[in-house]
Design a protein. Structure first.
Length: 249
């Protein structure tokens, strides 16, 4: 039988990008608070930032890749009492008149990007899972919407380069998954990822098998019942690999 082709997401599937973003978002909030001489103290600070982050991502054409300057302006409105939907709508339409110095905003964004540049920690059982695949004669590919060079840097840092066959930088939609399925035909294509809307649903629609390894952070538009869309839900990357290797083919 032909071995399946395994395409795995990287961020929050192989390594903990969420913690990097959490630290960067909290740092950005602190900088906005300093600029305004105000502090948010009502409840969870990270959850507070993420409500506005998700509101922006939900309506901006670049989705989660919207310019972070918008988050600075949304947080300014938030600290003045605006709700997430209102703040996101106003700043995305350019209707917000900020009282903050542009130089201070630019500095905050620069620090935010610097924090995002920190190397993420490898997630549990990832190395074991990659080794299991290779021992079975399956050298997986990384499928990312990020930059290839960044993924290569992380693989090199953790000495994982030899366990990965290659990296595809793509937009994750049904059409792209269909192209990949046809490219590797007649082999089955299995997608491993943490995002229901980016890794599972479009891949399933394209005829791929899917392994969902849920991360700690789940955007509000990911409904819990959507997990059933995946072929299997695994608690770790290695558990997902075991499922791939143990099923009859």
């Amino acid at each position: 039988m032909v071995n399946p082709v395994v395409l795995t997401d990287a961020d929050n599937t192989l390594w903990d990008t969420d913690s990097v973003f959490s630290d960067a978002q909290l740092g950005l909030l602190s900088n906005v608070e300093k600029m305004m001489s105000e502090r948010y103290t009502k409840d969870d600070r990270l959850e507070f930032v993420r409500r506005y982050d998700q509101a922006l991502a939900a309506i901006h054409h670049a989705h989660l890749k919207y310019p972070p300057t918008l988050l600075v302006r949304a947080l300014e409105m938030a600290l003045r009492g605006a709700d997430p939907a209102t703040a996101a709508t106003v700043v995305c339409r350019g209707g917000h008149s900020s009282s903050l110095e542009q130089s201070a905003i630019d500095q905050a964004v620069e620090e935010y990007f610097a924090m995002l540049g920190r190397l993420p920690e490898l997630l549990p059982m990832v190395r074991d899972g990659l080794k299991l695949l290779c021992q079975a004669g399956i050298h997986p590919y990384i499928l990312t919407e990020g930059k290839i060079e960044k993924q290569k840097k992380i693989l090199l840092h953790y000495s994982l380069t030899d366990l990965v066959h290659g990296i595809f930088e793509v937009t994750k939609d049904r059409a792209q998954f269909e192209r990949l399925r046809l490219r590797f035909s007649p082999a089955e294509v299995v997608i491993i990822g943490d995002q229901i809307d980016r890794d599972v649903i479009p891949a399933k629609a394209a005829g791929c098998s899917t392994v969902l390894v849920p991360g700690r952070f789940r955007p509000y538009w990911h409904r819990e019942d959507q997990a059933s869309e995946a072929s299997v839900v695994a608690s770790t990357f290695a558990e997902g690999v075991h499922w791939i290797l143990q099923r009859p083919r």
